[in-house]
Design a protein around this ligand. Structure first.
Ligand code: GRG
Length: 299
């Protein structure tokens, strides 16, 4: 099986489980938030974060069935962040995953509430005993996800991004500033997804730290690839508007150091991700493929 086939097969399982979890824990069918949450959560997306949870857990012999719910929780947070990011007050997008964004398909207040409900659903899932039999593992997962999503993680990254775009702060963003912003906005959830697999597998501290380091490099690679796609990709392939960063005068790694240097940095972080997984030998082959996929993706 190629990497893309493996990702696609996992995405099918994840999609199915997300639908089941929405039915089990989400609002009653027919209620307005249910339809909007479904729009935000189902029918598209690479499901890369749950895939990372599943594959990191597999390093520690955790079968996919025992990693699906934790992965689904990470995807709920990711989909909430996309629904909110697309709002007019934030990035103002009409297209996501080749479909109308949630506020275009419904309206703004519904998109805000559906996002809120998805974020909350994520923590309901990590707290459920179906997610893991051991309450200390559930508490660890909940803590990890909250830290990655919150005011020291993704929300702070989004805040820095919007402050730069809408308030011109800081006036001359440095490469370090952009890297920190991106590590928080995109990297925090990706790194935590990898770490969650180690939590599910009750990995040692050293193993957990190695998987985390891999996840941080992967997050950087993912974001540099996103900047390159925005600079070079076309909307039909990427599934959302491109060229937005330069149109908004946004500082990205690409705008600060140029396409060629960004490509070199991308290759370096992929190598660093590979090094982090050396202790796992051949068992880490799929995660190494995942780092290459994140770096070379076309959407
Ligand atoms: C609203 C608190 C809050 C945060 C939003 C995730 C995010 C933060 C903004 C999304 C903007 C963006 C395009 C970020 C770049 C990287 C990224 C997260 C891309 C989308 O993730 P993919 O490619 O999407 O995994 P799919 O559709 O495959 O799930």
């Amino acid at each position: 099986m190629t990497f893309v086939q493996r990702l696609g097969a996992a995405a099918g399982r994840i999609e199915q489980r997300l639908g089941e979890l929405l039915a089990e824990c989400g609002p009653e069918k027919g209620e307005r938030p249910a339809a909007a949450m479904q729009h935000a959560l189902l029918g598209g997306g690479k499901r890369f974060r749950p895939f990372l949870v599943i594959e990191s857990a597999a390093l520690f012999d955790v079968p996919i069935e025992r990693a699906l719910d934790a992965g689904a929780a990470f995807e709920c947070v990711h989909c909430y962040s996309l629904a909110h990011d697309d709002l007019p007050a934030m990035d103002d997008d009409a297209l996501r995953r080749g479909q109308p964004t949630v506020h275009k398909a419904f309206d703004e207040w519904t998109a805000i509430l559906a996002g809120d409900a998805l974020l909350t659903l994520a923590f309901e899932i990590t707290a459920r005993d179906k997610t893991h039999a051991d309450p200390s593992v559930r508490a660890d997962l909940t803590h990890l996800l909250a830290q990655a999503a919150g005011g020291r993680g993704m929300v702070l990254g989004q805040m820095l991004d919007l402050a730069a775009e809408k308030r011109g702060e800081p006036q001359q963003p440095s490469v370090d500033h952009v890297r920190r912003l991106q590590a928080l906005k995109t990297g925090a959830l990706l790194a935590a997804s990898c770490e969650a697999g180690a939590v599910l597998g009750r990995a040692s501290q050293a193993e957990r730290a190695a998987v985390r380091r891999y996840g941080e490099d992967l997050g950087l690679a993912f974001q540099i690839a996103d900047d390159l796609l925005d600079a070079e990709g076309d909307a039909a392939t990427v599934g959302k508007a491109t060229g937005k960063d330069s149109a908004a005068g946004k500082a990205t790694l690409v705008s600060l150091i140029g396409i060629e240097a960004a490509r070199r940095q991308l290759a370096e972080v992929v190598q660093s991700a590979e090094r982090a997984l050396e202790p796992f030998g051949n068992r880490a082959a799929t995660l190494i493929d995942a780092a290459h996929f994140a770096a070379n993706r076309a959407h």
